[in-house]
Design a protein around this ligand. Sequence first.
Ligand SMILES: *[C@@H]1O[C@H](CO)[C@@H](O)[C@H](O)[C@H]1NC(C)=O
Ligand SMILES: *[C@@H]1O[C@H](CO)[C@@H](O)[C@H](O)[C@H]1NC(C)=O
Ligand SMILES: *[C@@H]1O[C@H](CO)[C@@H](O)[C@H](O)[C@H]1NC(C)=O
Ligand SMILES: *[C@@H]1O[C@H](CO)[C@@H](O)[C@H](O)[C@H]1NC(C)=O
Ligand SMILES: *[C@@H]1O[C@H](CO)[C@@H](O)[C@H](O)[C@H]1NC(C)=O
Ligand SMILES: *[C@@H]1O[C@H](CO)[C@@H](O)[C@H](O)[C@H]1NC(C)=O
Ligand SMILES: [Cu+2]
Length: 667
Amino acid sequence: METSWMCLRALLAVAVVISQGVICNGHPCRRTCEYPAAPMTCEYDFVAEWYYSMSKACYNCPINKTDCLRPHCIPLNGVPRPIAVINRLLPGPSIEVCYGDQLIINVTNHLDNNEGIAMHWHGQHLKDYQHMDGAAMITQRPITYGSTFTYEFPAKTGGTHWWHAHSGLQRADGIFGAMIIRYSERDDPHSDLYDDDLSEHTVFLTDWLDEITMQKFAAHHHDNGDNKAEAMLINGKGKRQVYMDGNDTYYTDREVYYVEQGMRYRFRMMSNAITFCPMQVSIDDHRMLVIASDGVPFEPYETDVLMVYGGESFDFILTANQTIGNYWFRVKGLGDCTVKDASGLAILRYQGSDEVDPSKPESYQAADSDAPENWGTILNPFNKEASEREIPIYYMNSTEPDDITSERIDRKIYLAMEFNKIDNPRFHHPDNYPISAIAVNHHLYSTQVNDVSFTHASAPQLTQHKEIVDEICTPETLQSKNCSTEFCSCTHVHEVGLGEVVELVVIDEGVTWNSNHPMHIHGHSFRVVAMEKLGVSTSVEEVKALDEAGGIYRKLHRAVKKDTVTIPDGGFSIIRFYADNPGFWFFHCHLEFHLEIGMSVVIKVGSDDDMPETPKGFPRCGSWPHSYTPATQAPCPSNEISAANSMSQISWRLLKLTFILAMILRK
Ligand SMILES: *[C@@H]1O[C@H](CO)[C@@H](O)[C@H](O)[C@H]1NC(C)=O
Ligand SMILES: *[C@@H]1O[C@H](CO)[C@@H](O)[C@H](O)[C@H]1NC(C)=O
Ligand SMILES: *[C@@H]1O[C@H](CO)[C@@H](O)[C@H](O)[C@H]1NC(C)=O
Ligand SMILES: *[C@@H]1O[C@H](CO)[C@@H](O)[C@H](O)[C@H]1NC(C)=O
Ligand SMILES: *[C@@H]1O[C@H](CO)[C@@H](O)[C@H](O)[C@H]1NC(C)=O
Ligand SMILES: *[C@@H]1O[C@H](CO)[C@@H](O)[C@H](O)[C@H]1NC(C)=O
Ligand SMILES: [Cu+2]
């Protein structure tokens, strides 16, 4: 127990690792990946709970820094608040496996508010394992309180990914973690560019609220509460709330990334952005050699600054070739994150340097070599036209060979996103408080796709699509309505044939404000073939006309492959994918509030006959809105694995199994 405890903390605090002269191997599946592959079965036990940051488990943290490392202490940025967590960790346990391993992840729901939960393996295509996608009410019924659901699938989408709850607002309250599927050196086209690929160089980014997310959601959507993040967390850490002991002030610790001079390290970074918060990442006196996004490699591109949008991941190589010392690892929140200066800092610390903050100011100073005006390049710029300095992500050259998406398209779908001033009955009432009668600063502009707010059907689409046919709307069924004047909400599905090459022309009309929507697809990766900001605003008609006149250049050779892409405001991104994975796949804005109120569609790939059979015993929902017969059919029959574990048993299993910790001596 004691050894495990030390090692568990060691995983979270590199300082401890180094001072003890050991490194921790963590889960047995976290290993160097061999060629040829020697697949393992990798089991994880996830227990979801409501919990609290700076809880009693933290004792005298941060005045006593050792106390901050105690088990179950989640210091965050020092601000106490309710949090939703897996295994009393934030971020939750990292899943780090090798390509081809078999994953078995038990998710037990102990959320005290009895909310259902579903866990999404963001980036995994899950071909032949569609029921494991974890999109609540699309691929599965949420896991009910007290029960356990086992996700089981092979790790077949390699690279840097992550997992998060795809139910309620839980992702914004802390249910997320890294999911890294490594390749053997031989299968990684970039393995000769770096020396080390370490777990501790994971960079999990999230904007963060000082309160429970539903508090902000309700205040914003039902009154004029703001929707701005208060803070930024890097690997769950930050420095925000001051603690006093006598006249001395104390803060929680920032994340520290240790490097050795002369070495080249692979960093793996992902953004869980909750709010409209593009993150501008830079490292003082260092450049980033960016080599992959959303798990798929591209030709290395060296940049000073990298913008990361919610749902995206990036891999970059950092060459530790500067003077031994401390350097700021800066994550500046743009967009709505500027309002409350939700920015974060971590420290890049060379071994052999003092454990002190970098000497440069925390904020950029005009004369700094690191100040924005001195930047050379910005990769993946935020709502900017391409220029010598601003390099759109689709300029990258994929290392993946061209595929059928560069040869033909079978179907083209236009999707226009906007904040619409419409009487959405969820937040307005046509008689009592119509949007027209409410002061502008209390308006709720609804985030919609093609003027429709997505709502879930009464049963999951994948398991029960035949029972919910009446609830589905398609572009054809919507034709009877004028959704630009009338509020439209339904289970918005676009059907595509199995084996078709689909082109999505995704447009951000950009009339309401200068925002930005990172769009994420489930079950596939797409090629990003075009991306352009046309002006302050645009329309489907304008983009169509431009395209017909030959005014849109498509990069069809070695187009970058991703699963999340930003859509420039007043512009468009064009993506193409090969629809070879039958199922119901969510395509949605990855910002939490936008998704929650319906900025999404489902892409149904294949006909009913192409759909995978629902596994035996898979949890279902009864069709009760149509025919509820209490005696024979419970709304959601529970045929899931029972979870009659006490908390202490779970904690013990968690320590024993999730972290079977091997300590190995470091030279
Ligand atoms: C996950 O649940 C299965 C089925 O109950 C069980 O056999 C297995 O031991 C569990 N795994 C872990 C890691 O707890
Ligand atoms: C700080 O906390 C640790 C346990 O977390 C304890 O061993 C140590 O005595 C504490 N230090 C002080 C000065 O109280
Ligand atoms: C705290 O600061 C005040 C004002 O400067 C001073 O009077 C007091 O002695 C200090 N207390 C301690 C414990 O240093
Ligand atoms: C350090 O490495 C970077 C590559 O990240 C390179 O551009 C730069 O020239 C190197 N600097 C020195 C001083 O070698
Ligand atoms: C991509 O490849 C083209 C053609 O070889 C080249 O002109 C361009 O500079 C490359 N782009 C990047 C970002 O490397
Ligand atoms: C919908 O209504 C708007 C406003 O009245 C009108 O401009 C538009 O042409 C209508 N669209 C359709 C498809 O009827
Ligand atoms: Cu959005």
